[in-house]
Every structure is written in structure tokens, then in C-alpha cells.
Design a protein around this ligand. Sequence first.
Ligand SMILES: O=C(O)CCC(=O)C(=O)O
Length: 352
Amino acid sequence: MVLEFDQHFIQAENQLPNPDIPEYKNIPVIDLTQFLNPDTPDESLKDLVVQIQEACTVWGFFTVINHGVPKELLEKMIAITKRFFALPAEQKLKVRRDDVNFLGYLEGENTKNVKDWKEVFDYSVRGSIVVPASSDENETRTEEATNQWPENIQDMSEVCMEYGKAVEGLAMKLLELISMSLNLPRKQLNSYFETEDSGTRIRLNYYPPCPNPNLALGVGPHKDQGALTILAEVDGVSGLDVKTKEGEWVRVNPVPGSYIINCGDIIQVWTNDKYESSEHRAAVTSTKARYSIPFFLYPAHYTEIKPLDELVSEDDPPKYNGFVFGRYFKSRRNSNFKLGIENAQISHYRRV
Ligand SMILES: O=C(O)CCC(=O)C(=O)O
């Protein structure tokens, strides 16, 4: 048992999970078969593009099926995830993250200064990630986080890297669809991520059964910092809660073989709020363990993020000041290790 329940896991009164949460019934299910067929002409994709536009404006979350990631690869990835978290604590702790190397294992990370009831393992799809050494604007030094693999699971790095490549391919396709839905050239957004310096990472989440599932969360309420998140839920065990535009928490029930997609803060800023980054959280139970595998699409740390020129106008002027992505990443990460530090959010970059 790596996690011991104490008061640091208890959510504030207004953030407590709801045991009778309603199901998120109408989450759009988008079939990518036609889009992934290279022979499909652009004119035949109009309905699909409208579906993406509606999913991003109205819902913030959607599901994709027939997404091109091989079923066997996802199954291998799930098996590796379970093997990793089943390792004895001392073996997991050998690949523990620290203040500089934020890739590897961690138990009980904080989200907005409250501890999450989870264990995680993070890795980069490139092998390492460079970020600024601090969030200070005058800081020019950088730090490099490097993948750490456990000695006892021989094929873990191979499976994880192969999976990363496959899901990155899906992410590039989804970006094309999102660009088309915004009336931008199809590949306009891809170049931000098709670089060796991309900060894209994958997380393995393990939520063990929790003695107080009505007081704690597996991941506290948050918005994702990157551009897109591609989430695999495992074994049909639900737990992902999404806040609707009306402010109600609802539970997403996994569709077998699908991925759950949401836009992150970067797309919110690029689109000047046309596509919002939705708040979400993960609930836990006292009886069932849950696993999930999110893929977070991040640009290089030095990338400047601001509303795209094509998506602002005199009537809809930029709502955000530009910022350097790595600095935003760094300031938000600071609170992962330290309780009591204010957590940076995308709203801090909003103009008045
Ligand atoms: O496990 C889930 O369903 C959500 C995971 C998540 O939001 C995260 O890891 O940031």
C-alpha cells in the first residue's frame, strides 16, 4: 500500500465528489473511418467537420471510434500499465520523479494544492523534455527531464514508445480536423508539435480503491494545459467527470475501443475562447481499482501561445496576452510538489 489516507487528500466542501452523479449521455461519438482513408476527398468530410465543430463548441469533450490505433497495441499498453503499478513499492520508487526530472513515477500528486488519490507514471514520446529552469521571465537556463524505466519490466520502454508514436499520429489527424473546423488550412496547427522539442507526454494513472471515496478524488478538478488530450479508459471502469457549460458535473461512461478527446488551454487561447478547455476530474471508489492512460499534446517549451490572427477580429479582439508555454507549464507544476502555493491557471493570462 503506497498511499495512506490523511487530511491532505480531503477536497474542499464545494469540490466533494457526488456519489449520485448523472451520466453524460450525449457525449458525441465521432467515427474517423472516412477521415483516415487517404482516398476520401475533402468535400466528403463536411459532415465530420461540422460534428467536430459542434463537439468542441457545445460539449468540450467527445469520443472517437475507428481511430487507427491498433487494438492489440492498446491492449499491450494496458497490460504494461498494470504490471508497472503492481511492482513492489521500492521498485517503483527507483524511478520516482523529483523537482528537476518530472518524468517517472509519483504517488499522490497535488492538483490545486489537494492530494490526488492516485499513482502516476509519466514519460516523453521523444525520450526527454526540456523546460525553463523557472517560470521567471528573465530565466534563460533550461532543465531536461529524461524517461526513467523500471529494471524489472523489460519491454516497457518499447511498448510505451510504440504506443506513443501511434497516438501521436492520431493527435496529428485530430489537429487537422480541428483546423478544418475553424476554417484554417488543414495542417496549420501541426507544425507546433512535429518537432524534436515537443513536450508531448503520456501518463499512466492508477487509482487504487480509496477508503474515503466521498472525500477524495483520483484527480482534482482541473483543465489540461496542452493543446489536446487523448484519454484511454481501461476495462470499462468509469470515473471521469466533466463539468458542462451549465456548470453541472456529469460522468463520462467509456465506449469500448474508443478514446475520449478534450481540447486543452492552448486551443482555448488559439481560438480566443471559441473552443474551451473543459474542467474535469476523476472520481474513485472504495472497491474497484481504476486505470487510465492520457496522452497530452504539448508544443516545445519556447513556443509563444496567443490567439491566432485568423481567429480574432475587430468585433472579437484577442482575449489573452501571449505567453511562453514552458513558463506556464513550470509555474503550474510548482504546486505539484508543494502544498500551499497558488496554482497558475490559463485565466491568469486573460486580458481584464
Ligand atoms: O483518469 C481520468 O479519467 C482523467 C485523468 C486526468 O484528467 C489526468 O490525468 O489529468
